[in-house]
Write a protein that binds this ligand. Structure first.
Ligand SMILES: Cc1ncc(COP(=O)(O)O)c(C=O)c1O
Length: 385
């Protein structure tokens, strides 16, 4: 059979894999342990922290979508980020972006303070700063593109080429786009990871993570650590996330139709100072988005006129948008990065990254676009009175 399209791979993940009963949908295996056949005669699975059939099906599905060698399912997105840190010894250096997810920033800065590795925080679009960082021969370069919350892009192919020349591995946080819209391993990255809490599960009822490696050996090293430190994902979460994954391609289509309309609406609104969305022709990296992404995603942020007072009224007035952390679910969410998702960053670091008090982030859901726009319209209007 010819190579399948991504929607087919997502829907067919694990289907017809039950040899015993012929169950169409892969089963949920909750057993924590598995009987050996006899003395020192293990089956494929022996203990669910190490391996679990439901988790393995989900891991394989993501590895297939990312076109990598091996997938590792972790308990949260943050434990996937933490797992990457296991590749670093005390003398190693990691380069991270100055505007990554606040939780990742907090983890890296606090582990570095305890001497677990050397850390360089750089604006990866500042070529001079990046070259200086790479000249220190780091072990790892972490990339988040588009970034949370400002939707800045990093050219994955270009950074991978430079990082590899310097002897570094490249790990890309692909949470904002999912493998349906961006496949970093095909652009030269060595590791791609996700908070599956977001688009992959898509229904805001699982907290989870996943990592996929291009090379089998690197995947095995990380899988060894995931078992060793005990951060593998649960069977139940894997089951739900696999179910969510099946509709990921179709959900992304609707998310993007809605996001495109919202971005254009915000762009012309008098209450809005600036919109950050790579799908807009005015976005400074619109051309890059068109080449390395299949589409533009459904995350965006904007600066509202009137500062934090206007933000407060906006949040008070929205009815359809829910004021909540997280993103990527079918429902529309609104948040204030400075006091919510990026509160783990010191205010100075926030400002350095461009996160102001008037910045509002939207995760555009798949409700009817007329309702979404009507809600934003009335709340924005109220924010300016
Ligand atoms: C881009 C990004 N990476 C990683 C994470 C961490 O994921 P989790 O909350 O599942 O631990 C998040 C969470 O918001 C995120 O937005």
């Amino acid at each position: 059979m010819s190579e399948k399209k991504i929607a087919t791979t997502a829907v067919r993940a694990g289907i017809n894999s039950d040899q015993h009963h012929g169950a169409v949908v892969p089963a949920l295996h909750l057993s924590s342990t598995y009987a050996l056949k006899g003395f020192n005669e293990k089956r494929q699975f022996d203990y669910s922290r190490t391996g679990n059939p439901t988790r393995a099906t989900f891991a394989q599905a993501i590895a297939d979508l990312e076109q990598g060698a091996l997938g590792i399912v972790t308990s949260t997105g943050m434990s996937a980020v933490h797992l990457i840190c296991q590749l670093l010894s005390t003398e190693d250096t990691i380069v991270i972006p100055h505007d990554c997810y606040g939780g990742s920033f907090r983890l890296f800065t606090h582990l570095a303070k305890r001497g677990q590795f050397n850390l360089l925080v750089v604006d990866q679009n500042d070529q001079q700063a990046l070259s200086q960082a790479l000249a220190t021969k780091p072990k790892l370069v972490l990339v988040e593109t588009p970034s949370n919350p400002l939707l800045r892009l990093v050219d994955i192919a270009a950074i991978a080429e430079q990082a590899h020349q310097a002897g570094a591995l490249v790990a890309v946080d692909n949470t904002f786009l999912s493998p349906v819209l961006q496949q970093p391993l095909l652009l030269g990255a060595d590791i791609v990871f996700h908070s599956t809490t977001k688009y992959i599960n898509g229904h805001s009822d699982v907290v989870g993570g996943v990592l996929v490696t291009k090379e089998q050996s690197l995947g095995e090293e990380l899988a060894w650590w995931a078992n060793c430190i005990g951060i593998t994902g649960s069977a139940f979460d894997s089951y739900l996330a696999l179910r969510g994954l099946k509709t990921l391609p179709i959900r992304m289509k609707q998310h993007q139709i809605n996001a495109d309309a919202v971005a254009k609406f915000l762009q012309q609104h008098s209450a809005v100072e600036q919109v950050y969305f790579p799908g807009l022709a005015e976005h400074p990296q619109h051309a890059l988005a068109k080449t390395q992404q299949c589409d533009f995603g459904a995350m965006m942020s904007f600066e509202i006129k009137g500062g934090v007072d206007a933000v407060k009224v906006l949040f008070d007035k929205v009815e359809l948008f829910t004021l909540a952390q997280s993103l990527g679910g079918v429902e529309s969410l609104i948040s204030h990065p400075s006091t919510m998702t990026h509160a783990g960053m010191e205010i100075e670091a926030q400002l350095e990254a461009g996160i102001t008090q008037s910045l509002v982030r939207l995760s555009v859901g798949i409700e009817d676009i007329e309702d979404i726009l009507a809600d934003l319209s009335q709340a924005l209007e109220a924010s300016q009175q």
